[in-house]
Design a protein around this ligand. Sequence first.
Ligand code: SF4
Ligand code: FES
Length: 239
Amino acid sequence: MEMHFKIFRFDPETDREPYYRDYVVATEPRERILDCLNRIKWEQDGTLGYRMSCAHGVCGSDGMRINGVCGLACQKLVKDYQGSEILLEPLPHFRILKDLVVDMEEFLDRVKAMQPYLLASTPPPERERLQGPEERRKVEDVIRCILCGSCTGACPAMDENPEYVGPAALVWAYRYLFDSRDGQYTERLKAADHPNAVWSCKNYFECTRVCPKGIPVTKSINLMKREINKVFGEKGPSS
Ligand code: SF4
Ligand code: FES
């Protein structure tokens, strides 16, 4: 079967404006969008820029917008787009480096600002810090995050407040806030209690819809809002 692709192109070194280029690919229904991209690059147009690594939904590097919906090209099957042209664009809310390749630096800086690592307040035990099944269950969903950026790309609240840290950063904030082994609970809760953090989320649920790892992103943000209100009092957005 033949699939028709329209792909966003922009090389800031040579192009004044972005444009779209059409490609036709011979493919099979069970193949993935990433397979088609590889075929385009290897057989038709070596200048096409996109990221990929694992090709199995693990590394998070091929996040892009596919027919208007953010997701991983390696997780989308051609058969689900049969009968329509497939439009491929870079993730929104990210600076474009070239074609489908976006700059992840600011996104990762916002995640890093949440201190996405264990900050224990007790000396290291002889062997390891233990966590019971119930405690582990609290963070079970969010540890699946692969930092693909799909949630932040899809979130309409990013348009309303470009300073919003974005849903992915909040997933990482949640991940350590509710980790029973961490010792920075109050500091982490304070970091989440900011107009550019949880209070920028307006419950659009787009992040939850697009997350390739099925993380309940909006629910996690709402649980942090509830925790803030419980601990600091019902005061609405802090300043
Ligand atoms: Fe990607 Fe989901 Fe993590 Fe967002 S929460 S970066 S969509 S894996
Ligand atoms: Fe690694 Fe798609 S290429 S997640």
